[in-house]
Every structure is written in C-alpha cells, then in structure tokens.
Design a protein around this ligand. Structure first.
Ligand code: NAD
Length: 261
C-alpha cells in the first residue's frame, strides 16, 4: 500500500518533464494517488497532456491562474468529475524575465503586481476553491525558495512574491485548520527548469548552492517530489503552517565548506 493509496489530488504547474510538479506527480502516482492536472494554454497542453496521460490522469484541463473564470471552470470540472478532493500541489510561479535581470529597486508596479498575483495570490485562490471539496485530513502544498528570506542575486521581485507565498501558507493553515485541512510549503534548492531559466545567472546560483550545502550537491525534482508526498500524506497529519526545506541543508550551513572558516 502506498502512502497516498486511493487519494485524489491535483498537480498544478507541470510544464514539462523537468518541472518540479512532475517530480511530485511521479512520486504521488507511485504512492497510489489518482491524479488530475492543469495546463496553461494550448502550447503547454502539447507537453502536459501526454505526460499526464502516461500516469492515467483522470482530469487534464486548462487553467490560467490569472483569470478567475478559467479557475472557476477548472475547479467546476474537478467537482463534477470527483466531487471530493484529498490534496492539491501548487507549483506555479511567474515574473517578467526583465524584472529579474534588473536591480530590484527598478521593479515597476506592473511587474510587482504580476509576480505577486501569479506566484502568491494564485495559491490562495486555488486553496479556497479546493477547500470546499475537502474533508478533514485534506492537504495542500506550495513551492517556495530561499529568496523569500534572503536577498538572493537575480531573484528580485520573485523573492518578494515567495515571502508573500510563505506568509499566505501560514494564514491559510490558520483558517483552513478549523476544517481539519493542512497547508504547508516546501523550500526547494535550485533545480534547472523552465521557470528557473528566468532567474539571473542561474548557473552560478546552482554552483554556489551545491558548494554551500551540507550534502555538497544540489537536490533533484524526485527528492522534492518524495518530500512533498510525505506532506500530502497522513504521515504528516500533525504538520501544518510549516516551511519544509529540501535544499541539501544549504539554509542552515555557513557557506562553502571548502573555504577556511
Ligand atoms: P516550471 O516552469 O516547470 O513550472 C512553473 C509552472 O507555472 C509552469 O507549469 C507554468 O505553466 C505555470 N504557470 C505560470 N504562469 C501560470 C498561470 N498564469 N496559470 C497557470 N499556470 C502558470 O518551473 P519549476 O521550477 O518547476 O517551478 C515550479 C515551482 O517551484 C514555482 O513556484 C517555482 O518558483 C518553485 N521553485 C523552483 C525552484 C527551481 O530552482 N526550479 C526552486 C524553488 C522553488
């Protein structure tokens, strides 16, 4: 028996087989979950549909989280097909690439709104719609990064969005906890994905992160997937409002272990 045996859940944010959400989907499927996926636009559908079909997904439908109508349609389909929901994984973020290359102080109002809307508010909007279909024991997980807490070069406005996402996780956990639902965030180390390619000098970030981590390496999408599946499962029934790091220990380290102290 897998730890998600028979549970129905949505994996939101697969773009391709490099996506962190895909790592979660594979782990969730292995643990017995029944999965539904969204995709953003026709371009993404070409990649996402075959991946989702390969997992026997019961729902594969469009949802653009910057559009309330699109979100309502997606969740209405979930309600019609499944009625109930056990978990959601929110693995969605977006910022204008230019906004991440420029100095943070030059961030425009529009770029600020866009990054926070898609990368932080969308979790609240998904959580609210999902909660109405969940029984006590339901679980939600979102994806964050250390740039929420530290001024990471090249991360700019996305760091501010992640700070809002992490705070939203705590407030959602407080409110939805009254219904017995759990809400947590993972803080993943850097992984080469489509979204990561927008981050300024990502290669350098990965090198620094591997050198400064306690395991002396970066993490994989499978490792994030496995940790996420634990938080989605009843094994984590007492865990909510938590930020759980999957970063090979980088955030508690003192820097590059190869350097003299
Ligand atoms: P990815 O590009 O594979 O996934 C990002 C997803 O967001 C894509 O599927 C994209 O379609 C979706 N998305 C963007 N705008 C959307 C919209 N308006 N409506 C619906 N979907 C939309 O990249 P990823 O790295 O797997 O990112 C997943 C999550 O993990 C993000 O929140 C990211 O910030 C976070 N994260 C990534 C890293 C990393 O190094 N890659 C590290 C920590 C956290």
């Amino acid at each position: 028996m897998g730890i998600l045996e028979g549970k129905k859940g949505l994996i939101l944010g697969v773009a391709n087989n490099k996506s962190i959400a895909w790592g979660v989907a594979q782990a969730a499927k292995r643990e017995g979950a029944i999965l539904g996926f969204n995709y953003m636009g026709e371009q993404m559908e070409k990649r996402v549909r075959p991946l989702a079909e390969s997992m026997g997904a019961e729902i594969i439908a469009p949802m653009n989280v910057s559009d309330d109508e699109s979100m309502d349609q997606f969740f209405a389909q979930v309600k019609e097909q499944w009625g109930e929901l056990d978990f959601i994984v929110h693995s969605i973020a977006f910022a204008n690439k230019d906004a991440l290359q420029d100095s943070f102080n030059k961030t425009t109002r529009d770029d600020f709104h866009l990054a926070l809307d898609i990368s932080a508010f969308s979790f609240v909007a998904c959580a609210n719609r999902a909660a109405s279909m969940m029984k006590p024991g339901g679980s939600m997980v979102t994806m964050s990064y250390l740039g929420a807490e530290r001024a990471v070069p090249g991360y700019g406005v996305m760091g501010v969005a992640k700070a809002a996402l992490e705070a939203s996780t705590r407030y959602l956990a407080a409110d939805l906890g009254r219904n017995g639902l759990r809400v947590n965030a993972l803080s993943a180390g850097p992984i080469r994905t489509l979204a990561a390619s927008a981050v300024g000098d990502f290669r350098k970030l990965m090198e620094k992160s591997a050198r400064g981590s306690m395991l002396g390496r970066n993490v994989s999408q499978d490792e994030v997937g496995n940790t996420c599946v634990y938080l989605l499962s009843d094994l984590a029934s007492g865990v909510t409002g938590e930020l759980h790091y999957v970063d090979a220990g980088f955030h508690v380290g003192a820097g590059d272990p190869g350097l003299p102290v």
